[in-house]
Structure formats: C-alpha cells, structure tokens
Design a protein around this ligand. Structure first.
Ligand SMILES: [Zn+2]
Length: 150
C-alpha cells in the first residue's frame, strides 16, 4: 500500500490498530462523498436510515461527527446551496424551453415541490460532502478514531 493513495482496503482491524491518517486529495474525498461513501476510506453503509448517519465508519472507524457542537450545520448549508442550484437550473431550462410563454403557475407550485423534494434527496449527499470538505481542511488525526464521552 502506498501512503496517500487511500484506496487500499485497511482490513477489519484498521480502526483498532493503525488508523489511516494520510492526507487524501480533494477530488478523492469529494468523489467518495458524492457516492455516499466514507470520504476517508471509501467504505459504504454510513447511514442507519435515509437521513441518519452512523456514529463511525464501519470500515475505517473514523467518527463521522468530528466532535464540535452542531457539527452538521455545514451539511445544512451545503444542502441549501445544492437545492438552490437545482431550482435555478430547472427554472432556467424550463424558461428557455417554453419562451415566450413560460408556465408561471407551474413554476410557483413546482418550485415549492422541488424545494421540499430536493432538500430531502440531497441531504445524505450534503452530510458526506460536508465531511469531505472538513477532511480537506482538517485532515484526520488519531483522535478522530477514539470514542468521546458525550
Ligand atoms: Zn471510512
């Protein structure tokens, strides 16, 4: 295994002995996050339900909530931006396609429905993407693999 590649499987004991704390490239972190995988190791199954994330990655053992109050507030911000981009894109495409007679009523009611649906669908991606951004600016440390008292 080459240090820094991050793609070699750490094995089941990785979280117990030597956690992988090598710095990963931003593209690797974001690519894994957008597939709903752990940005640190690439392992899957990070969610207990559709919206709830597990305490730690089942593959590498990194704590998915990195120990700050309101840690996932950044995920809410990413979710908001993603839904706004989605709404703007759909609006512009439909506006151009139907010009000069755009369906204003459909924009009004469809926009509400798309906002709610988009917020729910994008939320899991926002959580893993937030973790990826956090790992870009605050790379993993050994403390990220140790259970904290709450
Ligand atoms: Zn992991």
């Amino acid at each position: 295994m080459l240090p820094g590649t991050g793609d070699a499987p750490p094995g089941p004991a990785a979280g117990k002995h030597q956690p992988d704390i090598t710095r990963k490239s931003p593209l690797l972190l974001l690519g894994r996050a957008l597939r709903l995988h752990c940005p640190n190791c690439g392992g899957g199954s990070l969610f207990t339900g559709f919206l709830d994330v597990k305490e730690r990655c089942p593959r590498c053992g990194i704590l998915l909530d990195r120990g700050e109050n309101d840690y996932f507030l950044g995920a809410y911000m990413i979710n908001l931006v993603a839904v706004e981009i989605l709404l703007a894109t759909v609006f512009i495409v439909i506006l151009i396609a139907t010009w000069p007679d755009p369906p204003w009523d459909a924009f009004q009611y469809g926009g509400i429905a798309l906002s709610v649906l988009g917020a729910v669908v994008c939320y899991p991606f926002a959580k893993t993407t937030w973790l990826a951004f956090d790992l870009m600016f605050r790379p993993t440390k050994r403390e990220d693999f140790i259970t904290r008292d709450k």
